[in-house]
Write a protein that binds this ligand. Sequence first.
Ligand SMILES: Nc1ncnc2c1ncn2[C@@H]1O[C@H](COP(=O)(O)OP(=O)(O)O)[C@@H](O)[C@H]1O
Ligand SMILES: [Mg+2]
Length: 427
Amino acid sequence: MKVLIVGSGGRESCLVWKVKQSPLVDEIYIAPGNAGTALLGRNLDIKADDLQSLLGFAKTEKVDLTVVGPEIPLVAGIVDLFEQEGLKVFGPRKDLARLEGSKVFAKELMKKYGVPTADFKVFSKASEAKDYIRKKEAPLVVKADGLAAGKGVVVCKTSDEAFAAVDLIMVEKQFGSSGEKIVIEDCLEGQEASILVFSDGETIVPLVSSQDHKRVFDSDQGPNTGGMGAYSPAPIVNKDVFDKIITEVFKPLIFGLKKEQKIFKGILYAGLMIKDNQMNVLEFNVRFGDPETQAVLPKLKTDLVEVILAIVGGRLSTVNLEWDERFCVCVVLASGGYPGSYRKGKAISGLESLRNCRDIFIFHAGTKQDSQGNFLTDGGRVLNVVGLADTIEETQAKVYKAIENISFENMHYRKDIANKALKFLAR
Ligand SMILES: Nc1ncnc2c1ncn2[C@@H]1O[C@H](COP(=O)(O)OP(=O)(O)O)[C@@H](O)[C@H]1O
Ligand SMILES: [Mg+2]
């Protein structure tokens, strides 16, 4: 079969790598992809949010299955569009992609179905939001309703910071129409983790837990990024917490929606704050996480294409996932300056030396290849170096040793990915 993968980051590289292992697959197209995906399939000159061109390609080339990486096409309704044309596509329809596309929608659904989440209020007027901040007092979290590329949430230690966040989102309209409404919620303490589940609306099949590292520098210092690394499993999600997440978060939500005739098909990702075995949902995403996917899929032994086809066909109950029990660490190599401004086009060296390294995987993100075949940097997050091994320490050592082979000008990366897991276990 022919598979089209939409997106261009490390997550999509990992999806291509995993999909390619399926005996069901003959050809893979990636729109638009990166230099790494071009080694495994055919990159297309179509942007991930150009729905009409994606549809046109899928129809003419008779693509059998489309897998969507990023949130923008899902929220824009790519699934509805493809389904109307009789094409198979993996992900929720537009009405349920709102779980990620609107924080107001997600919070109100959580309230409706009793899913544990921080207390909140929704505002569409800056003046009313500020009155609330005066009454409630900091710390508070101010969130733009719509998509904001991970920049629409401000954790405010003081009321002044909260006023400024309201101004930024609602008055200066930093995120355009995404800031027409905001959520102000109580600030939670604890450690964050992610749980992703596959669902066809009837059956819920969880993936293994993982933990992202959002801040740019070691020990969670510096500004937020798209994610500087991840590991799986996250020991903070012990059996107790894991079961609780399934029964108190995913089941009420997905089965509640089903009762309303809204069938959630795809991946549902819950970002959670966990403390003393108590958890609260921070947000939902309706797609694979980046970089969590790069730390989770290498552990999946089951054919991903079979799983996806079962979801699309509404027969997920027939699927059993098998996992590699080993630990997985993903470290992101970023361009100097990221998440601020950075230069592109730096030559990357050392990739060949790792090509046949056992249980080490390189997933490209912001890369391109020049006419001589050299790999160059082409984005903020450039490469993901991923390793599998028996213990946390062994995995870290293996990944960081592999990284020593790779270099480009001003490359930077966190040296402490998965230290939190060690610290948690030693507590
Ligand atoms: N209620 C909260 N209490 C404490 N921190 C929060 C809260 N909500 C969000 N955060 C922090 O802000 C980050 C981003 O918020 P999130 O809701 O995940 O939005 P997005 O990923 O769309 O930016 C979270 O990963 C977390 O670190
Ligand atoms: Mg988030």
